[in-house]
Structure formats: structure tokens, C-alpha cells
Design a protein around this ligand. Sequence first.
Ligand SMILES: NC(=O)c1ccc[n+]([C@@H]2O[C@H](COP(=O)([O-])OP(=O)(O)OC[C@H]3O[C@@H](n4cnc5c(N)ncnc54)[C@H](OP(=O)(O)O)[C@@H]3O)[C@@H](O)[C@H]2O)c1
Length: 481
Amino acid sequence: MISATTPFSFILFGASGHLAQLKIYPALYVLALKKRLPAHYAVIGFARTQMPEEEFRSLVEKSIRTQMGEVNEKVLAGFLEHVYYHGGQYDAKKDFDALAKKIGSMEDKGKQWTRVAYLSVPPAVFTPIFKNLSASGIHADHGGPFRCIIEKPVGHDLTSFEALRKELLAAFKEEEIYLLDHYLGKEAVRNTYYLRFANPVLERLLKNTLIHHVEIAALELGGIEGRAGYFEHTGTLRDMVQSHLLLMCTLLTMRIHEEAGAFPTHRKTALEQFYLPPAKDVNDLILQGQYAVGMIGKEKIDAYRSEPDIAKDSRTNTFIAMKLRTRISRWDGVPFYIRTGKRLTKKETRISIQFQEPHPVGKESGPNRLDIILQGEAGMRLHLQTKLGGNELMFRPLVMEDPLVCFGDCLPEHALLLPEAIHGDHQWFLTFDEVRLAWQLMDPLQSHLDRPETPLHLYPAGSNGPAEADGWIKRDGVEWF
Ligand SMILES: NC(=O)c1ccc[n+]([C@@H]2O[C@H](COP(=O)([O-])OP(=O)(O)OC[C@H]3O[C@@H](n4cnc5c(N)ncnc54)[C@H](OP(=O)(O)O)[C@@H]3O)[C@@H](O)[C@H]2O)c1
């Protein structure tokens, strides 16, 4: 059972921010609700905004009520008693000294407390926080375990990643650093791996002799959700493909193993094998788009360039289609098509595997296919073509399906990952090697997309993406699922 059993101080930098309110406070509340928190713990928010502790508790309470819908009043009130606030500047040592005093006064001297510093701030403020955590003694002086958690994206490209890695390693030991990609906290994403583990029959189907191609898609209805400052300088390739979608490729293809602790190494080994197929033109490997004005249902959606704080001539991509291959022998030659975008027709995250053309006898049938749908109408669906009764050679797909809904101990991503970090379990956190490999793969593509002559295809919000993306994949004799 996932729970935090040792006393801990959870120090949240950027406590007034978007991620804190959207994910972190609700996750901590869920842990309280499910009785997964120890008797002794403290959640200490830190940010520049000056506010009395009561006002901060109201902010935390409001975010929990908004995200959860229904709450257990007694649990919520009990949880809020553990919540504190300290206003200060990220680069002011004296503010960290005062924070250190406050944390120390809360930690019961008779027990060993784990300290977790969660950096829910823009990367521009990471460096002073690292320095002040050390200088104030918050990092090392309490004698107990320490964790530093930062969210993806880790860096903006390979160069900034290497600089951040150096800074992190100068401030903390590697085992104290937790690189969080919330996809690794999604039950359904973890299931991609366990489905293979638990199903030798399925696992044997996943071979290049049987597979025609794979599509990995993360389709979003939403836009930039008020995060213009972040997204305008990031784009979909960096925001989605570099992290989440490459992870899905990895979990699908990595070696099944049983050795404890080897999981990140096998993920890394699988990621290392992905490469860009040879092509005459980089545009054959990647295509970018950006949403224009359109309709989603009855709602008129403004163009990306009309969003507040977005440049009127912005060339930031909100849609990416690209292809990859892997050198892993059992997947050798299988194209992996990746498709992701904002403001599309639906929200869905899926892995679809199309098997090879049927035997000539069944050539009138459609392809056999395995869908693993992680978000949206979640489920695993295996489509097997079967002949209809009668003299005509007509086929229909027999669909074997499991809804893949979470049964039993179901926790939202951060509620699953936080206790793992508190207990020092790195399995579902990224390693520096994985992040480096991902940037190595992405950087040349990003440079290509940044060139003014590289096409940026506009698509109406509420569509399936640019029409050019359909033509792009059709040249390989393939269609999007
Ligand atoms: N939001 C998401 O959905 C999401 C998803 C994945 C990863 N992340 C990552 O999580 C981290 C936090 O994201 P977020 O969306 O919560 O960020 P945010 O809302 O823009 O910023 C969080 C807090 O940091 C402080 N801050 C913002 N800009 C600052 C600046 N220029 N200098 C100093 N302080 C500043 C603000 O607090 P004060 O002014 O009160 O100090 C703000 O409330 C980022 O590293 C982001 O890349 C976010």
C-alpha cells in the first residue's frame, strides 16, 4: 500500500502557483483522506507573495474544494492543521534562515523527519533555491533524509539540462534528487508495462514480424490553460514529446525484468535505442502545426496567436506529428508514429498497434489491432478479424476489451509519487540519463522546427490537426487511427 509512514516536512516553493493548486494540495488531501499520512507531518508553503497563514490555508482549502468537488469536512479540517506558510524571496538567505527555524520548530526532536523540498516554481528561480537550501541548513543540518523534487521539463534543451544537472549535483547527492514526470504516476501508464508483464500471450504478439506500425498519441481538447509564459517558449515538442510520449514509447518496448531497482536502467536502455529513421528531408520525419480560430462543441475558440501574452506572429507549435524507430531487435523496422496537439476534437492518450496485413485468405478484412487507451475512453481493446456467417467472405472485428479502470488502491499521480519520494523509491522518477537521451533526440528536431523556412501548418481548433498531417502519414501508406 502506498503511504507515507515516516514523519516529514513538505516544503513547497511556489506555493501560490498553478501546479500547487491544481495538483499538489489535492494530492496531499487525498493521502489524508485515505489515511496514508503519518501522525506527524507539516506542509510549509513558501513564496514571494506575502499573506498571513490563515489566508494561505484558505487558498489551499479552496484549491482542494475546486479540484475534488466533494470533500470530507473532518479530514480537510484535520489536514489544514498541518499547513503553514512562510513568505520570502527565493534569493534571500535571511528568509531561508527564518524558514529553517520555522521548520525546525515543527519537527519533533524525538523522531527522524524526512524533509522534502518541492520546487513548484519556474526554472529561472531554481538556482537561488538550491543555494539557500544548503546555506540555511535546511538541506543537511537536521540529520534526517532529504529529497529535492523538480517537475519536468528538466531543462529546455540539452545545454540547459546539463547546466541544471550540474547545479543539482553540486547542491545535493544524486539519490536526494527526484525528477518528476507525472505520466509516471498515472496508473494507466504504469499499466502499459504491467500488461506486458502479466500477459505472455500479449507480449509474444509484440514483435516486428507481426507488427505493421505503432501510433502513440496524446490528443488534447484544452489549450494553454493560462500558461502562456511557459508554453510560448516551450511548444508541444518540448512539452509533450520530449517527456510523456517518449516515456510511452519506452514503457512499450523496454525489457521485461524482475530485478528490484533495475526499472529505470531498463527504461533508459530502451530509450537509448530510439532513433530518427534515415530521410532525405527532415520534414519527412516531423511536422508542426498551430491552432487557429475554430469551434469545440458550441464554444468558439480563439487562435493560439490571439491568446493573452502570445505574440501575434508566434511560431510556437501546438501540434506535432513525427516518426521514430528503435534498434531493439524485436521491434526493428517498425515505424512509431507520434501525434500530439492542443485544441483537437477530443482528449485521448493512446497506444495503437496495428498488426501486419492479414493472410491473403482474409485480405478483405480490416487490420487486426491492439489499442491501449490510457486517457479518454480508457481500456485495452484487441480487434481480431473474424468471418461473418454465410457464403460471402465478409469480416467483422471481434473486440476483446478490458476497461483498464483503476480498481482498488487508486490515487492521482502526485498522491502516488509523493509517498514514493518520501520513502526514497526512485523507480517511477526519471533519471538524468533518460532526460539527457530525450534532449539528444529532440534538440536537432527543435532546431529544424525553429528555422523560419520550416512550415508551420495552421489547423482549426476542434479539428484533428493540420490536414497536411494526414497527407504526411499517407505517404507511408498509413492512416492515423
Ligand atoms: N502547471 C502545470 O500544469 C505544470 C505541469 C508540469 C510541470 N510544471 C512545472 O512545475 C513548476 C511550477 O509550475 P507552475 O505552473 O505552478 O508555475 P507558476 O504558477 O508560473 O509559478 C509558481 C509560483 O512561482 C512564483 N513565480 C512565478 N514566476 C516567478 C518568477 N519569474 N520569479 C520568481 N518567482 C516566480 C510565483 O509565486 P510568488 O510570486 O508568490 O513567489 C508563482 O505562484 C514549473 O517548473 C513548471 O515547469 C507545471
